[in-house]
Design a protein around this ligand. Sequence first.
Ligand code: FAD
Length: 474
Amino acid sequence: MTIHHLARPRIQDRAVAHSLRGLCAGDVQLPGDPGYDAARQAWNLAVDQRPAAVARPADARQTAQVVRAAAAAGLRVAPQTTGHNAGPLGRLDDVVIVRTGAMNSVQVDPDRQGIRVGGGTLWLTAVTAAAAHGRAVLHGSAPDVGIAGYSLGGGLGWYARALGLQTNNVTAVEVVTADGALVRADAEQNTELFWALRGGSGNFGIVTALEFRTFPFATTVAGMLVWDAAMAEPVLRRWVQWAGDAPDEVTTSLRVMSLPPLPEIPAPFRGRSLLIIDGAVLASDARSAEILAPLRDLQPEVDTFARVPVETLSGLHMDPDSPMPSVSDTAILDAMPEAAIETFLDLARPGSGSSLMMHELRQLGGALARPHPGAGAMPTMPGAFLAFGGALAATPEMAAAGRRDAQAFAAALAPFGSGRTYLNFQENQTETAAGFDPVNYGRLVALKSALDPQGVLLGNHPVRRTYEVEDEFF
Ligand SMILES: Cc1cc2nc3c(=O)[nH]c(=O)nc-3n(C[C@H](O)[C@H](O)[C@H](O)COP(=O)(O)OP(=O)(O)OC[C@H]3O[C@@H](n4cnc5c(N)ncnc54)[C@H](O)[C@@H]3O)c2cc1C
């Protein structure tokens, strides 16, 4: 592995960025403009991104204009919908952030098998539209994550062990490519680009529209089981054993959460450390009860599992639905032997001294482990568990402690995996190759060189031959 520390020139001459404004019909905010600070703000408030410009195109035509103008000015472009995963981008002195939020639309196909959304649409919009037609979509745990970023980076949701990754249920993508062309990629046309986009994220184009499958169910069994974190050891041991044998219909997460004493948190949970298992079961009520019985036997304090409309799953994980400052780290585990269980408990149990608000394990396997027919660059998601440690970073001190503890958590669990990572969950700079099997990553690198030889498009996890560390924000 070669590591280059890039020293990109700062753009001293603002004329370059100013030329964008002349060349683009859409909204362009430059440093010094009154609207620049609001425009550059990422969803993750701990990320202080300072790009050469922020462009907010209204449509695909304006998006193409921005890409052509930026490339002509020697600038790169970074597609961004919300900035949930802005952390890894690094210094942006020569980068135009293209915020796609104005391309916010949703249309369910007349036959209801598919849905088409604009490139800046957030998940809640599509979940609600599909549900109105009695259908479900493969969204994740947060209602305000961008569909394009989530879908192009994998997309691990509540139905993942039954139906796989969202990226492999995308049926067409319309993108502006590095040369400023607007193209459609699907199973019939631009098939290599279609393959690369499904996993290769924002490295291959700026999504202006996306089409994907919907599924024929309007309700599911879903909910949460809650214990005091003092029960972490018996519940974790039972869950790990249960997860290994669980049928594909069920997908769950287990978390130890340390909740702050804030008034917006329900009184019974305020200021407490809890062990929460939440998830969904795509099965009849009777079969769901049978599947969940070994967990319920441990007598949770709260049990909300019940048949619910699919749209309620957007709020199931209680993820924040408005911007917040956070730091995190992640690792994929192939198994949780005794040593991994001990490691997790040592770091997550109350009194461990960890500054993390959340120590989480998501259950993998099932359909995630089986190559999806016609899949893109992420045909499967490897591993048995996905670990994620996150901290609130409201002050620089909290950010420093949270980053240290999140890295320690991921590093302690990583030896139980094979070094692969899930890039959508990786909010720090990392070796992008770790997100793919080596053959697929080689194909992505070759395609990037062919389709974007000047490296105009900058994804949050850049596809490139060597690992390059840019200056980080923090
Ligand atoms: C609270 C929270 C909950 C989450 N829950 C889940 C979950 O349940 N499952 C899961 O799989 N992931 C989850 N994630 C991770 C999430 O999928 C990634 O952060 C994803 O990248 C967010 O996409 P975004 O567009 O909202 O973010 P952004 O930071 O705007 O985009 C991230 C990257 O996606 C690409 N991108 C975004 N928009 C476009 C576009 N229009 N065209 C081309 N490329 C684009 C770019 O490479 C960009 O850098 C969660 C993240 C958070 C913070």
